[in-house]
Design a binder for this molecule. Sequence first.
Ligand SMILES: NC(=O)c1ccc[n+]([C@@H]2O[C@H](COP(=O)([O-])OP(=O)(O)OC[C@H]3O[C@@H](n4cnc5c(N)ncnc54)[C@H](OP(=O)(O)O)[C@@H]3O)[C@@H](O)[C@H]2O)c1
Length: 275
Amino acid sequence: MSKRVAVVTGANKGIGLEVVRALCRQFEGDVYLTSRDRERGQQALQKLQQEQLKPLYHQLDITDRKSIGELCTFMTHKYGGIDVLINNAGILFKVADTTPFAIQAEVTLATNFFGTRDVCTELLPIIKPQGRVVNVSSVSGSRSLLKCSPELQKKFRSSTITEEELVELMKKFVEDAKRGIHNDQGWPSFAYGVSKIGVTVLSRIHARMLREKRAGDGILLNACCPGWVKTDMAGPTAPGTAEEGAVTPVYLALLPEGAEAPHGEFVSNKSVQKW
Ligand SMILES: NC(=O)c1ccc[n+]([C@@H]2O[C@H](COP(=O)([O-])OP(=O)(O)OC[C@H]3O[C@@H](n4cnc5c(N)ncnc54)[C@H](OP(=O)(O)O)[C@@H]3O)[C@@H](O)[C@H]2O)c1
């Protein structure tokens, strides 16, 4: 049997780096720190090596299909698949950023939603039985859901929404933002929040799909919020530490073999939240 392997996206800093650090200590198998920029990734790797930890490295830009494909091929050949996948990579335009909203919407959705979806499209088929998939979403998604029109809320809470329908809604948000009509169309003015609605709903859809198509494989897939923690994204005034931000993603990544829940949930502080 191939060695077990865990992969963390966007892991050169912040929560992703802390997830790699924790998995190096707790996961029995190889742990891959991935980053879009090789140099930043290597620097992070060296930091952990100085602590006598032994993460491995692979490049991954989640907005680049070629880069995702190369990681997929590598994992398939070397390990016969992936045991743990943590989709952590994400971006946020700061409140003070003056980039036009339409661009913020397009760029944010391209990474947080469409990039994460592309990774899932490529890598979910190679998740091994008893595998664990964790999509780092945010309570910003839950809060933004409450700011959507009742009609949109109903769609995002539906237990029968398809991936194609979700993708069309996410594309529509970007198009509505470009036309300056997103508020009229029932969307909030917070691209990051909408992107994280997408990540949470995508997780619910993929969990359903796994239950239907790979029922006997025991794979558990969940979305989570890491909490509001000090990173370059959240800034120095956030209450928690990046290390604390890794706790819930790592808990979901290490759900014991044979566990049947949580699956298809949105988890915060290690507990299932209402969507
Ligand atoms: N911090 C919080 O309070 C908080 C709260 C809720 C949710 N989250 C979520 O937690 C996750 C990690 O956030 P963080 O606070 O650790 O942010 P961060 O310190 O800004 O780190 C984000 C990571 O994502 C990487 N990334 C961005 N675009 C990428 C791409 N196209 N391909 C691969 N990697 C990419 C960044 O790489 P570069 O260094 O190359 O930019 C960086 O490694 C995000 O999904 C975020 O939305 C954070």
